[in-house]
Write a protein that binds this ligand. Structure first.
Ligand code: NAD
Length: 282
């Protein structure tokens, strides 16, 4: 058994992705979802360990707090201070983070080349941290991190500090409200990434970029939001002629990386993509 522990979680596409992949490969696994928050996290991890599950995914609000209940975490999880995938290695629970890998692999799949270049990332939560850390580890040259003046701003600053300290990438944190700075950082970037939850779940929802004069045709735009498939940011970017991606390729690739860790097998991406397309057409 593989589990997913998070709250809220009822709209997650992960069970469908993994169960489709298990079935396509004839693997005797099942992926189940459990609504768990920080108050029941410790007991849940103990229970999963006692039941000898093969592993589990972790989503908000448990990605950081779960670390204290695991036996080991990988360097990428250490750098992110967040775990989204746990593997039960003969009783030893090892936490890792595949969100950043998913982002970088998706960029590669889509020929969105950012290695050696500068990118601007909006956000400093779980997804943004994973994106920034993996990009820095993989050779992105510079990252400008923007966050609203909210409780996540200190994370933007500490993410920039950790990147500068632990990798050869150069990072700086800025307030999203400083629109002159936002404009100039985007101007000198090859890619703009929205890694905030802004726009999630709201068709034609809000957009953190004030208007299309902030974008240009040769800017790549990646929105990690996967629902709706076209956020207001992506609509604006398409109008300008930017090469774009929504969060679905990243979601697919972060899942495929976890699938490989649990089963040792490559996720059958065609079957999973077809199943994802079927539910999004309903
Ligand atoms: P989080 O709660 O850890 O972080 C939220 C971030 O968004 C913070 O930086 C916060 O300041 C910012 N934010 C939220 N609403 C905002 C608004 N209205 N204006 C400005 N900033 C705002 O959340 P998270 O886990 O990092 O998730 C962020 C998004 O990424 C969600 O939409 C989630 O679904 C998506 N996500 C996608 C993938 C994928 O594989 N595509 C993986 C993980 C998360």
């Amino acid at each position: 058994m593989i589990g997913l522990i998070a709250n809220p979680i009822r709209t997650s596409k992960s069970p469908m992705m993994h169960n489709t992949a298990f079935e396509a490969l004839g693997l005797d696994y099942v992926y189940l979802v459990f609504e768990v928050d920080n108050s029941t996290l410790e007991d849940t991890v103990k229970g999963l360990r006692a039941m000898k599950v093969r592993g589990f995914n972790v989503s908000m609000p448990n990605k950081g707090p779960v670390i204290q209940y695991l036996d080991e975490i990988t360097p990428s999880a250490q750098l992110c201070q967040a775990v989204n995938t746990v593997v039960n290695d003969n009783g030893k629970l090892i936490g890792t983070n595949t969100d950043g890998l998913g982002f970088m692999q998706a960029c590669q799949d889509l020929s969105m080349d950012i290695i050696g270049k500068k990118i601007t990332v909006l956000g400093a939560g779980g997804a943004a941290t994973a994106v920034c850390m993996q990009a820095a580890l993989d050779g992105v040259a510079e990252i400008s991190i923007f966050n609203s003046n909210d409780k996540f701003f200190s994370a933007a600053e500490s993410n920039a500090d950790r990147i500068n300290e632990k990798t050869s990438c150069k990072a700086k944190a800025f307030f999203l409200e400083d629109t002159d700075r936002l404009r100039s950082e985007i101007e000198s970037s090859a890619m703009l990434v929205n890694a905030t939850g802004c726009g999630f779940g709201v068709p034609k929802g809000p957009c953190l970029i004030p208007d299309k004069s902030f974008l240009r045709e040769d800017l790549m735009v990646f929105d990690v939001v996967y629902s709706p498939e076209e956020t207001a940011l992506l609509s604006m970017a398409k109008e300008v002629g930017c090469k774009c991606s929504n969060g679905i390729p990243m979601m697919l690739r972060q899942g495929a990386a976890a699938f490989k860790l649990w089963t040792g097998k490559d996720m059958p991406l065609d079957a999973v993509q077809a199943a994802l397309a079927e539910i999004s057409n309903k």
